[in-house]
Design a protein around this ligand. Structure first.
Ligand code: ADP
Ligand code: MG
Length: 339
């Protein structure tokens, strides 16, 4: 048996990276979430070869101050929380301080960033977790990340990636969810030099739905609006006729965060019982807001899951919100009165 010893930093970072960065779409998620947290109003994501060779993300957010750049790449380094109590009330998408260190551990990263108050920007290069260079550079306000050759130094992980097309599809879906969850931000997604998605950032969720799912879907929406003492639910429920054979149309965002949650899924599907056929799943796009102490977002490193303090009440609220939208529809005569 070997002696027990604490692992060195590079090994720790690679292990952590395995949890945070599963595939190219995880890089896109983490970096775009950082752009959102930085107050960006426009975010452009460009990829080549399924994101394996290159992911470029540009935002017009607050940037990182030059002296803070190396710190941002340390593990557990964050500007978003300070102490354990802050976990009770997380207003940002990020809080773990693990994304930049994880991504840098398994790829070649180039960062160009400038804060509005700085005279010039900075360019920083880090590969496999090892700093390569840092220099002053003219740059617009905001931040650009270039992530090259993901998993170049972890062949085991690299082998599990799917084809370029499949990985690009994961990224495309991720971009759609990010755009739907933040209609106040203009997102542009370019895949192999082709613009695949471009939203206006005009705050209108219906416009984003039109952009992502097309005109027929945008025309088949019922308004959802509900509020109780600890939750607010706004969004759209698709008419039963636009349901489909899998759950990929069930979209919901909790405090601006794209998540998957069994309670929410069940409430939505139960609300549609009797409205859609068995084995069909509805279209919904729901923005759910709730107070921080009713919500735990610190469940998994990839932050795709949440837990509720009052799960039964969350179920009831979502069921009622969606069911009301559907019932309301039944009251609207199919043939206009008088004809
Ligand atoms: P977290 O988002 O959990 O704080 P990250 O590792 O994703 O951790 O990022 C570390 C820090 O780097 C952030 O807290 C933030 O201060 C800074 N940062 C990262 N990306 C950006 C960006 N696009 N614009 C401004 N600051 C950023
Ligand atoms: Mg982050």
């Amino acid at each position: 048996m070997r002696k027990i010893a604490v692992l060195d930093k590079h090994t720790i970072d690679k292990i952590a990276a395995g949890e945070v960065v599963e595939r190219p779409s995880s890089v896109v998620k983490e970096l775009v979430e950082n752009s959102i947290d930085a107050g960006a109003t426009a975010v452009t994501v460009e990829i080549a070869d399924g994101g394996k060779k290159l992911i470029r993300i540009t935002d017009n957010g607050g940037g990182i101050e030059a002296s803070q750049v190396p710190t941002a790449f340390l593990s557990h380094a964050t500007s978003k929380i300070e102490k354990v109590e802050d976990l009770e009330n997380i207003a940002s998408l990020g809080f773990r301080g693990e994304a930049l260190s994880s991504i840098a551990a398994v790829s070649q990263v180039e960062l160009i960033t400038k804060t509005p108050s700085a005279i010039s920007g900075v360019r920083y290069v880090i590969e496999g977790g090892v700093e390569q260079s840092m220099e002053e550079m003219g740059a617009p306000d905001g931040t650009t990340f270039l992530v090259r050759n993901l998993f170049y130094n972890t062949p085991a992980r690299s082998k599990f990636l799917k084809s370029d097309t499949s990985e690009a599809n994961y990224i495309g879906t991720m971009m759609e969810q990010l755009a739907l969850s933040h209609p106040e931000i203009s997102f542009k997604y370019i895949q192999n030099k082709q613009v695949k998605l471009h939203t206006s950032g005009n705050y209108n969720v219906k416009d984003v739905i039109y952009n992502v799912y097309g005109r027929d879907m945008a025309k088949a929406l019922l308004d959802v609006s509900y509020e109780n003492d600890f939750m607010k639910i706004e969004g759209f429920a698709g008419k039963p006729e636009v349901s489909r054979g899998n759950r990929s149309f069930e979209n919901y965002y909790v405090n601006g965060r794209f998540v998957k949650n069994n309670i929410i899924t069940k409430a939505i599907e139960d609300a549609y019982k009797g409205f859609v056929m068995q084995h069909k799943f509805p279209f919904v796009s729901l923005h759910i807001q709730m107070t921080g102490n009713d919500l735990d977002v610190n469940v998994h490193p990839r932050k795709l899951e949440v837990r509720f303090a009052r799960g039964t009440e969350v179920y009831d609220a979502i069921y009622e919100a969606v069911h009301n939208a559907l019932l309301h529809r039944e009251l609207i005569p199919v043939v206009p009165v008088g004809k």
